[in-house]
Design a protein around this ligand. Structure first.
Ligand code: F6R
Length: 288
């Protein structure tokens, strides 16, 4: 069930991100799966940008159900956002392994068409990864999660927005957050290769998924603060076609949300409308 459907214009020339809030992570994932299919259909031949981590897992499950219902991903190209440095490819937490387990197998993708950034600092090899994205038709829709510190991919605070795929150091907070996937904090790699913010911004569409209260502050900053390298996700305000798909907990710190909620309740009690009707028309009416 959708709880909020709104638009956050950042400046007159910028469209600003679309924000959709759902009452559960499951509902958010179902909506996100529809958005992915729509974006792929709108850009035949273009690839799917793949995030790892917890945020997109329900989405991949929803896409697997679409496959069971007839969707065919076997000729789709996929490009992962990042890869740890220093883990053997067969390590269960290498992003190559995660993508094989969570994406390639359940979606029935062709492993030869799914590319994970090479774990190297060789500039020529990293540039070749970016070039491959372009050569295979670009990205129809890039799936993103968001770090508690506002990172996208592993572009940590302070990363220039022009970056291409590059080697980067993981922040302490990122390593602590990802320690849940490893036996101990000391096992978490200190570096990764990540698509750059410039690479990400070249995607035709961007879908950022966030669930849970621990993401609320980063989400609010990404959507509502000024654009700053201190919060890499604010770079998304520069893109013309970004959708934030959130559950209500991740939307909780949004400074607009309490105001929207109050208006909706007033509107509902005045006109006897359903409080959950937050369509653009309703919100536009509220803004008058
Ligand atoms: C993973 C990635 C990261 C994660 C982010 C959130 O490929 O690029 O930006 O999306 O760290 O991780 P989760 O979803 O595990 O909270």
């Amino acid at each position: 069930m959708i709880l909020r459907d709104s638009h956050h214009p950042t400046a007159p020339a910028l469209r600003g991100p679309t924000v959709r809030v759902f009452d559960s992570a499951e509902a958010a994932a179902e909506y996100a799966a529809d958005l992915v299919l729509e974006a792929l259909a709108a850009a035949p031949g273009a690839g799917l940008g793949l995030a790892t981590g917890s945020s997109p897992q329900r989405l991949y499950g929803a896409l697997a159900r679409r496959r069971a219902a007839g969707a065919d991903f076997s000729s789709l190209s996929g490009f992962a956002l990042d890869e740890y440095l220093g883990l053997p490819a067969e390590h269960p937490e290498s992003y190559r392994s995660v993508i094989e387990r969570d994406v390639i197998a359940p979606l029935g993708m062709d492993p030869d068409r799914v590319h994970v950034p090479p774990a190297t600092d060789d500039p020529a090899v990293l540039a070749a990864f970016d070039a491959r994205i372009g050569a295979s038709g670009g990205i129809a829709v890039q799936i993103l999660g968001i770090g508690g510190n506002g990172h996208i991919g592993f572009n940590e605070p302070g990363t220039p927005f022009s970056t291409r795929t590059h080697l980067t150091a993981l922040s302490d907070s990122t390593r602590r957050a990802n320690a849940r996937f490893f036996d101990s904090l000391s096992d978490v790699p200190t570096h990764s290769v990540t698509q750059g913010i410039g690479t990400i911004l070249e995607s035709r569409r961007i879908l950022l998924l966030a669930t849970g209260a621990e993401k609320a502050e980063a989400v609010a900053t990404a959507i509502e603060s000024g654009i700053t390298i201190d919060c890499p996700a604010t770079a998304l305000q520069l893109h013309e076609n970004v959708t934030f798909v959130l559950d209500s907990a991740a939307a909780g710190a949004s400074r607009c949300w309490p105001v929207c909620t109050a208006f909706i309740h007033i509107f509902r009690s005045t006109l006897a409308l359903d409080a959950r009707d937050t369509s653009p028309l309703t919100l536009a009416t509220l803004a008058l």
